[in-house]
Each structure stands twice: as structure tokens, then as C-alpha cells.
Design a protein around this ligand. Structure first.
Ligand SMILES: C[S@@+](CC[C@H](N)C(=O)[O-])C[C@H]1O[C@@H](n2cnc3c(N)ncnc32)[C@H](O)[C@@H]1O
Length: 215
């Protein structure tokens, strides 16, 4: 296993050090402040997540998993693109509650499952999903190598994962987003994904990077 000296490794460590600060709620929204953060994320410009869904290229019957869904806006949008099953996993109880509220009709239909859990131990069987999406969650993952192996495990052969990242520090540059993207590419290659490709999309604050890997 290689050790990342940039991107998610250092970003993740920083996120853990910052526990208790306002910005740490973006890595794991908690309590009343976490509820506000969820509302804030849901009300933000959806361009980054919409681009992620575009890259995901969901087929009409695909089963889709989103990791780190936050308030559940993109679970809802993913469900509108397929008649298959949509599942989400997020380690924040507050985000699970908000996403369940937002998607209650689809959950009641039996077409969506929203669960509290960790990216590094996905509570789903092998080869279950056609598509896996994650938007600005990867840099918070405490064990990105284990998470990437889990994504490979739950994807069907021929399935695809899309990870979109945009560096969020106030003074972050386009290069900071690219550095996280390079880290994602390295992790996908180590987990055995093929045809790993990086795309870039200018966004109002700074560049977003999307990495696509195929199983
Ligand atoms: C910055 S928010 C992004 C939310 C949403 N994807 C969006 O773009 O609006 C990051 C989300 O990832 C979740 N998260 C972070 N680390 C996680 C992990 N190891 N396993 C599961 N969820 C995680 C957080 O709880 C949070 O909801």
C-alpha cells in the first residue's frame, strides 16, 4: 500500500484534527449545528452533484449507491434517473434522518434504502450495484483504501464508480482539487479499477474534479 502525501490522506487527517469546529460538521454533521449544515448543503448550488450524476451515466434499470449523501438531494435525483434500486450510506445519523425525510415516498415504494454506515465497511452484498457515486465525501474518509476495496466489492463486473471532489478550504486553489483527484486515481488503481479517467469542470469557487473507474 502506498502512502499519500497529498489529497485525501492529509485532508482526512486535517478533518479529524478539526473535530468540534464548525467545518468538521461537513465531515460528519452532528446535533443542531449538523442539522443546519445539512440544510445549508441542500440549499447550495447543485452544479457539482449534478455534474457527478451526468458522469455517472445511470441506465434506466441501474441499481445505484451513493456514499456520503449528506441531506440526500442527489439520492433523490439518482432515483429520478432509474427504475432500479437506489441506496445510500452515510455515517452521520443527522444526515440519515434528513435524507430519509427528503426521500420518504421512494423509500415507502421500496425502491430506496438509506442507511447509517461507513464507507470502509459497506452494508451491501457483493456485485450488487451498477453505479456508485460519491460527491465531496472522499476527502473525509478515514480509510480511503478500505473504502475503495469495498466499492470494488459491491460493484457488478462492468459497473462504474464516480468520485467528484472540489477542495473546500477558503483559500484553496484549482490545484488543491486536482491533488485530491490524483489521490483518488491512485486509490482506484490500487483497488483494481480499470480505465480510470479524470475529468475537470470549472465551478463558481474553483475547479471540481471527477474520477471515473470501471470494474
Ligand atoms: C461535505 S458532505 C457532502 C454531502 C453531499 N454529498 C453533497 O455533496 O451535498 C460529506 C458527507 O460525507 C459523509 N461522510 C464522511 N465520511 C464518511 C464515511 N467514512 N462514511 C460514510 N459517510 C461519510 C458525511 O457525514 C457527510 O454527510
Amino acid at each position: 500500500m502506498t502512502t499519500a502525501t497529498h489529497g485525501s490522506g492529509s485532508a482526512s487527517a486535517a478533518a479529524h484534527k478539526a473535530k468540534g469546529t464548525f467545518s468538521s460538521h461537513f465531515g460528519r454533521p452532528r446535533g443542531v449545528v449538523g442539522r443546519f449544515v445539512g440544510w445549508f448543503m441542500a440549499s447550495r448550488n447543485p452544479a457539482r452533484g449534478d455534474w457527478g450524476l451526468e458522469l455517472l451515466d445511470v441506465g434506466p434499470e441501474d441499481n445505484v449507491l451513493e456514499i456520503g449523501f449528506g441531506p440526500g438531494v442527489f439520492l433523490e435525483k439518482a432515483a429520478a434517473r432509474t427504475s432500479g434500486h437506489v441506496a445510500g450510506v452515510d455515517h452521520s445519523d443527522v444526515m440519515v434522518a434528513q435524507a430519509k425525510r427528503r426521500n420518504k415516498a421512494t423509500i415507502a415504494e421500496g425502491r430506496m434504502r438509506v442507511v447509517q454506515g461507513d464507507a470502509s465497511s459497506l452494508p451491501f452484498p457483493d456485485a450488487h450495484f451498477d453505479r456508485v457515486l460519491s460527491i465531496n465525501s472522499y476527502h473525509h474518509w478515514h480509510d480511503p483504501a478500505a473504502a475503495m476495496n469495498e466499492i470494488a466489492r459491491v460493484l457488478k463486473p462492468g459497473g462504474a464508480v464516480v468520485i467528484v471532489e472540489q477542495a473546500m478550504a477558503k483559500d484553496a486553489t484549482d490545484e488543491a482539487s486536482r491533488a485530491i483527484g490524483r489521490d483518488v486515481v491512485e486509490r482506484m488503481n490500487l483497488a483494481g479499477f480499470s480505465n480510470v479517467e479524470t475529468r475537470e469542470r470549472p465551478m463558481p469557487q474553483r475547479l471540481a474534479v471527477g474520477v471515473i473507474g470501471r470494474r
